[in-house]
Design a protein around this ligand. Structure first.
Ligand SMILES: Nc1ncnc2c1ncn2[C@@H]1O[C@H](COP(=O)(O)OP(=O)(O)OP(=O)(O)O)[C@@H](O)[C@H]1O
Ligand SMILES: [Mg+2]
Length: 1043
């Protein structure tokens, strides 16, 4: 907090030491000189007009103050506006902001700052923004018509303004109501030296384009208008022309129609023109003075513009109709009276126009009934005025300020004291001035100054301001707050400042002397009926509507309420309004009379400080408690600060509050007092500390709630997503499977259809035309084959195996089958033949088969041997006992007995020998001898060589180890060489299980004893084998045989 640290002087005058006027002013001056224009007295804001643009306003500063509590930042009007707005929004309490101060102290600027702050921080949206805009734009319009340059303020509000801004429960503005008080209408016809008329006249003349001026029948030159001060037509820093444009657009924004804007300008122009209506002396026939309009041009223009009959106007201005119950008397007015009437008319038109504008704005910004709303009232009203010559206006203004002071006193002091008493809290009595007595002096219903004035105005007989004063002197001769020359004289006091026509009131702020001159007139505020009736007759809709009392049908003899009575009642309404709201004070101070920056006039500020009762204000603040609240609502608000009371508290409200405060270490016992129903907190610091703690706690709680909520939201969102995902995937899967199934089904159906089709086709193929040919062909084939086979059966060839005949196939395509059949038949024939053979024949055939295997195609002698059966015995062995004897020891029968020729080894000559072949031996014997010449074991026969010719030469090659082998191989010639060698082969196979190698060659080597002889066989010229065989020895190793 910057309550003390780093501040210029003290920021809160409550902390001022010593507490006296001088130190207070010094503090204000110090701060002012350091451009610190705002200072607090507790929650009251004191604002000193800087008369310069300080860089302490704008959106950034607003944002800063928006987030802070009252004491956190430097004193500022934004802080006060923030407190009021927050309290309105979060505590639902109607607020009022009372801005008081002298003319030029900065009230209007302050009210605009408050409004702009609220506009910046409250809600947004199309609707809200348009309401805000309307509320803000009401300022330039009201300022144009209600403000004027005075010697004290270039933009002085010449009316009092109270504006209620209404908000909905969210704190967004819904609209509002503006109440205006006591427009200084005398300014319309006359201004003091150095002052101007209302801004709008100058703005209109400077800003309207030529066309508009022409339509309004105006000239741009200000000097042409009697009501406009010639002296000061321009104000420094104020651009009338551009302000006129701003006013026009503001009116449009607020909702004025184009026609309405035109009406307003026409009536404004009418006022100017009225000022130019010159009146001249005239005399009636009886010589009494009368008056008339000097130059008819002005009224004719008026007639054209607002449809006001010129004659009618003249009559209304220059004569007066007195109406009694019985008769009507018309009196002519002299020039002075007529001028008075004209000015009264101009003032009335203007003030009624101003009221109409305010009402029109209210119509645009009014809030519909039924909406629950909270209200923030902003009161910008003239401050206490003490002029050199104080008149009726100052009297009512000061009366109003007196009442406002009373509000202040009642709300802050009296209430406070009474409350302490109620709550049983000891109270150190503070002396304060209760201005009830002064208010009473002015407003008392029977015996107040205003009541006296009214009485005087209504009294029949001669009435004047002095009779009024005399009445006051008489009534208040003993009143402590009233004095006049008469009362002073009675007390034998001499006071040269007191005039004869004056009275003085000791206001709370100081003594003010009022001059009673024109009090009666101003209070009467009467407009002659002739004038209002003339205005009512005007064709101009707005002008017409401004004077409803001009309607002859409504004409009543009853007087309208006096200005004083009206003001009193509107002040009463205002007070009632303020009492119902939570007040926030802004005390504006003007630092100097010259509207100069940086100048601090001690005297001037001292007077204002006194008027505003600042010192008293500080004293009360110091003595009392800055803040109090009922236990229940306090507990409700702060119970979240203590663990014992949050979240549940079952004890009493007071105990709860004590618990909370007990836990706050910063709170001393002097700081906090517990009343009967309320807690009292001495300094705002503690409250703001509490608020800050609460703000932090709420932040934490909000974060917690947010956390839980977000968690919950995410969880539910996730679960939803999960559910959805499951649903989607189940649908998707289902769909996919359905599709797959559909596909499969379609495929199965297709396959099925194909298979069924195929089956059906298969079954029905026979019935197909395309199959008929095959069937027919098959049938034909079958019958042809049948025919062929049956034919074959009946015409089989002979079963002779040598008969190779076989019928040819009747068709080509039976060829293969026919060949097969032929072969089968042949094999069958052979089998049949074989089956009928005896074993002996079989043996013979086997021999023949063996011979064929050995020699067929190899030896030329073989073909001759085939048809001749193998006899084996060619020498008649049965009839030869010698030879039988020779073989008697042999195992088994003699296989071959033949006469062969043996080629002699020595000379090559041949000699005859009988060859006997048994199962084991080859026996060679001499035909004449009965003894075996040579016996060769079959196992010793290694191989046999034979020629390919027809000859019977063959060579038995013996193995070298055989006993007969020593003599060498045998070269023999047989006539049955094929049979002999076949039988030898078979015998060797039987005996030794070996196949005897038979070499068919024309050259072979023969071993004779130790020598090898190469035998070369040559075919003889005959070559049939039956020729003589001759051997020719060629050397010892070569033998040439010719066969
Ligand atoms: N906060 C401010 N910053 C700068 N200038 C200011 C400020 N307040 C007031 N002023 C100046 O002082 C002038 C007078 O202020 P303002 O019109 O608000 O006074 P007032 O109290 O409304 O007077 P009146 O009672 O005559 O209407 C303004 O025109 C402006 O120039
Ligand atoms: Mg003002």
């Amino acid at each position: 907090m910057t309550l003390l640290e780093g501040s210029v002087g003290v920021e809160d005058l409550v902390l001022l030491e010593p507490l006296e006027e001088a130190s207070l002013l010094k503090n204000l001056q110090l701060r002012y000189e350091n451009k610190e224009v705002y200072t607090y007295i507790g929650s009251v804001l004191v604002s000193v007009n800087p008369y310069q643009q300080l860089p302490i306003y704008g959106p950034e500063v607003i944002a800063k103050y928006q987030d802070c509590t009252f004491y956190e930042l430097k004193p500022h009007i934004y802080a006060l506006a923030n407190v009021a707005y927050q309290s309105l929004r979060f505590r639902d309490r109607d607020q009022c902001i009372l801005i008081t101060g002298e003319s030029g102290a900065g009230k209007t600027e302050a009210s605009k700052l408050v409004m702009s702050y609220v506009a910046a921080v409250c809600g947004q949206g199309e609707q809200v923004d348009s309401v805000k805009e309307q509320l803000l734009q009401s300022n330039p319009v009201l300022e144009a018509f209600g403000n004027a340059k005075t010697i004290r303020n270039n933009n002085s509000s010449r009316f009092g303004k109270y504006m209620d801004i209404e908000f909905d429960f969210k704190g967004s503005p819904l609209g509002g109501v503006i109440t205006n008080y006591l427009l200084e209408k005398s300014r319309v016809v006359k201004q003091l030296k150095g002052e101007r008329n209302f801004h709008i006249f100058y703005q209109l003349l400077a800003g309207a384009d030529a066309q508009l001026l022409k339509a309004l029948k105006l000239k741009r030159d200000i000097s042409g208008y009697a009501y406009l001060s010639q002296e000061v037509s321009r104000v420094d820093g104020m651009d009338d022309a551009s302000n006129f444009k701003a006013v026009q657009s503001a009116m449009t924004v607020i909702g004025f129609s184009e026609e309405e804007i035109r009406w307003v300008l026409e009536v404004t122009a009418l006022v100017l023109k009225l000022g130019n209506v010159e009146l001249s002396d005239e005399f009636q026939a009886n010589g009494t003075p009368a008056s008339g309009i000097r130059d008819g041009r002005g009224v004719q223009e008026i007639e054209k513009m607002v449809g006001l009959n010129a004659k009618e106007l003249e009559r209304a201005l220059c004569s007066r109709t007195m109406e009694t119950a019985k008769e009507k008397v018309v009196t002519a007015l002299n020039v002075i009276q007529a001028q008075y009437a004209r000015d009264a008319l101009a003032k009335n038109i203007y003030s009624r126009l101003f009221n109409w504008i305010v009402n029109r704005i209210n119509e645009s910004i009014k809030v519909g009934t039924g909406e629950k709303k909270v209200v923030m009232g902003v009161l910008d009203i003239y401050g206490f005025e003490i002029l050199e010559d104080n008149s009726f206006e100052q009297f009512v203004i000061n009366y109003c300020n007196e009442k406002l002071q009373q509000v202040f006193i009642e709300l802050t002091l009296k209430e406070e004291q009474e409350e302490y008493k109620r709550e049983g809290i000891p109270w150190k009595k503070v002396d304060y001035f209760d201005n009830g007595i002064i208010c009473n002096l002015i407003e008392h219903n029977q015996q107040g100054i205003l009541a006296m004035l009214d009485e005087e105005c209504l009294r029949p007989g001669v009435v004047s301001d002095s009779t009024f004063l005399a009445k006051l002197n008489q009534l208040f001769s003993k009143h402590s707050h009233y004095e006049s020359k008469v009362t002073q004289n009675a007390q034998r006091r001499y006071d040269h400042t007191m005039g004869l026509s004056c009275f003085r009131i000791c206001h709370y702020a100081g003594k003010v002397t009022y001059n009673v001159n024109s009090f009666i007139d101003k209070n009467n505020d009467l407009l002659f009926r002739d004038l209002s009736q003339a205005m009512w007759k005007a064709k101009h809709p707005l002008l017409h509507s401004l004077f409803p009392e001009g309607d002859p049908k409504q004409a009543s003899l009853k007087r309208p309420p006096t200005a004083g009575a009206q003001f009193k009642s509107s002040v009463a309404i205002l007070m009632k309004n303020l009492y119902s709201k939570n007040p926030n004070y802004i005390r504006c101070i003007k630092p100097n009379e010259h509207q100069q920056r940086g100048q601090f006039s001690w005297e001037l500020v001292a007077t204002q400080a006194r008027y505003l009762g600042l010192l008293e204000n500080v004293r009360v603040r110091r003595a009392g408690y800055a803040f109090r609240q009922a236990y229940r609502s306090f507990l409700e608000r702060y119970r979240l600060l203590s663990r014992s009371t949050w979240p549940h508290w079952n004890g009493g409200d007071r105990e709860g509050v004590e618990k909370i405060m007990g836990e706050l270490t910063t709170c001393t016992s002097e700081e906090v007092t517990f009343g009967k129903t309320k807690i009292f907190i001495k300094s705002p610091k503690t409250l703001f500390y509490l608020e800050e703690q609460r703000r932090l706690k709420i932040h934490q709680l909000a974060t917690l709630i947010q956390k839980i909520y977000r968690g919950w939201r995410c969880r539910t969102h996730y679960q939803q997503m999960r559910k959805s995902q499951i649903l989607i995937s189940s649908w998707f899967r289902g769909n996919m499977q359905k599709k797959r199934y559909g596909k499969m089904k379609a495929s199965v159906l297709l396959i099925q259809a194909f298979v069924r089709g195929w089956k059906a086709r298969k079954n029905y193929r026979k019935y197909f035309r395309s199959g008929a040919a095959l069937t027919v062909a098959g049938f034909i084939y079958k019958s042809l084959a049948q025919k062929f086979l049956l034919g074959l059966k009946n015409n089989l060839p002979s079963t002779n195996i040598l008969d190779k005949n076989w019928p040819a196939a009747p068709y080509k395509y039976f060829n293969t089958a026919n060949r097969e059949l032929q072969q089968l038949f042949h094999q069958w024939k052979c089998k049949k033949f074989r089956d009928q053979l005896s074993p002996k024949q079989i043996e013979i055939l086997r021999e023949k088969l063996c011979a064929s295997e050995l020699f067929k195609g190899k030896k030329a002698a073989y073909p001759q041997s085939v048809p001749i059966p193998f006899r084996g015995d060619y020498i008649g062995l049965q009839g030869n006992p010698k030879l039988q004897k020779l073989t008697s020891r042999e195992e088994g029968p003699v296989l071959m007995a033949e006469t062969v020729r043996k080629v002699n080894r020595g000379n090559g000559k041949t000699s005859s020998r009988i060859l006997l072949l048994t199962k084991r031996h080859v026996i060679l014997t001499d035909a004449k001898k009965s003894q075996a010449k040579t016996v060769i074991g079959l196992e010793s026969v290694a191989r046999v060589s034979v020629t390919s010719f027809k000859d019977g030469l063959f060579c038995l090659h013996l193995s070298e180890i055989s006993s007969v082998g020593s003599k060498g191989d045998f070269l023999l010639v047989s006539e049955h060489v094929v049979e002999l060698l076949t039988k030898t082969y078979r015998a060797v196979l039987d005996t030794t299980q070996k196949k005897l190698p038979i070499t068919i060659s024309e050259q072979f080597s023969v071993r004779f004893k130790e020598n090898n002889v190469a035998v070369k066989v040559i075919q003889g010229p005959r070559g049939d084998g039956n020729g003589k065989l001759s051997c020719k020895k060629k050397g010892s190793h070569s033998l040439e045989v010719t066969v």
